[in-house]
Write a protein that binds this ligand. Structure first.
Ligand SMILES: C[S@@+](CC[C@H](N)C(=O)[O-])C[C@H]1O[C@@H](n2cnc3c(N)ncnc32)[C@H](O)[C@@H]1O
Length: 272
């Protein structure tokens, strides 16, 4: 099977802005869980716009290698790094995570191989995790963070939202990818020859009274609007239901009792 599925979310400027917002909302928690001690040599598989990559590089105090397939994402990653005066924090290298462009002398040398929101976008996640295990030294860590779209719970439920969310999850199936890959992370590490040593969630939800709530809703709404074509043209949900559910989400988010629970699955393994 060809593991290079098209990237569901695309790389339009509006999507890059959403991904940047997501990074602002999530990276503090991710860096806390990563517990970098300093000095680690890190490779970030599917580094996207590189915001978390730069955060990891700062924490490690060492230049990081970011691998990303899309030229548009790489250009925006470089632009954001330059704006922050942080060009030196990472080397960006274009390539596919299923066949990472590592030099002969780099394989087996990294202390940490990290991937967030990548395994859900490839058709062969095990193949990618195998490459991550190969990339680290014996004793090195492999860190996987990904979605499992089934864990979302909103209450009260916005009308029509459950159908929209489930149609959204099915757009992953259509590309041959797994919308529920989160639950498989420890198993993938084991199958790839690493020893799973820790799993957890990074909480990614909130309620109306929290300062982060509007941003969380903006991210969710942007994610769903951006998937209009595969959802509606793909026949997974009618156009009227799509628009109605997004509007219901917008109105629901104004309720003082609006709340949703979601978590990013996290698993960490060690190469024997
Ligand atoms: C949701 S973004 C996550 C980016 C970053 N890891 C983060 O957490 O902000 C997924 C990224 O993976 C890239 N991507 C998708 N499939 C890929 C592949 N097979 N090889 C390399 N990059 C890929 C996309 O271009 C996109 O930038």
């Amino acid at each position: 099977m060809d593991e290079s599925a098209p990237y569901l979310h695309g790389t339009a400027p509006a999507e890059q802005a959403r991904l940047s917002l997501l990074n602002r909302l999530m990276n503090e928690g991710a860096l806390r869980e990563l517990s970098l001690r300093g000095g680690e040599r890190i490779v970030d598989f599917g580094c996207g716009l590189g915001q978390l990559s730069r955060g990891m590089s700062r924490a490690a105090g060492r230049r990081l290698l970011g691998i990303e397939r899309s030229a548009e994402q790489l250009a925006e990653a470089a632009r954001q790094a330059a704006v922050a005066g942080e060009e030196d924090l990472m080397e960006l290298r274009q390539g596919d995570v299923s066949a990472p462009p590592l030099r002969e002398d780099e394989w087996g040398k990294f202390d940490v191989a990290h991937a967030r929101f990548i395994l859900e976008h490839v058709q062969d996640p095990l193949g990618v995790v195998r490459q991550m295990v190969r990339a680290v030294r014996p004793g090195g860590r492999i860190i996987l963070q990904d979605d499992d779209h089934e864990v979302l719970r909103c209450f009260p439920e916005p009308p029509g939202f459950a159908a929209l969310w489930s149609a959204y999850a099915r757009t992953y199936d259509r590309l041959g990818c797994d919308p529920f890959v989160g639950r498989r992370l420890a198993s993938l590490l084991h199958e790839a020859g690493a020893k799973p040593v820790r799993c957890t969630f990074i909480f990614f939800g909130g309620c109306a009274g929290e300062a982060s709530f509007p941003g969380l809703i903006e991210n969710m709404s942007g994610l769903l609007s951006g998937a209009r074509e595969p959802i509606v043209e793909g026949g997974l949900l009618g156009a009227a239901e799509f628009v109605g559910a997004l509007e219901a989400l917008r109105i629901w988010a104004l309720r003082p009792d609006a709340a949703f629970w979601y978590g990013i699955f996290w698993a960490e393994g060690v190469r024997p």
